[in-house]
Design a protein around this ligand. Sequence first.
Ligand code: TYC
Length: 101
Amino acid sequence: MSDITSKPRTKVRVKTERPKLHKVILVNDDYTPREFVVTVLKAEFRMNEDQAYRVMITAHKRGVCVVAVYTKDVAETKATRATDAGRAKGYPLMFTTEPEE
Ligand code: TYC
């Protein structure tokens, strides 16, 4: 077989890296009512009362609490929607995002 008709010898490595996940973080403040934080967590992050209460009280005591991890787009959209829900009621409730290591 001549060079021109032989198969290429280069093997292509199939690279399937997972997209980096991003944390949604709940930040404590002195003004948002506890029950409202629980309501937002249940509505936006599909938590039950128990899960939502635990996340809220952890942020209340420690300052912050990781709510969940998602792909970048989903994390940012949910953090924005949850923060906006507080702002609509005049509360300084804040959700941020940060990439996982
Ligand atoms: N610290 C608020 C209060 O005592 C409740 C609260 C908890 C607010 C968690 C925000 O992320 C938060 N009313």
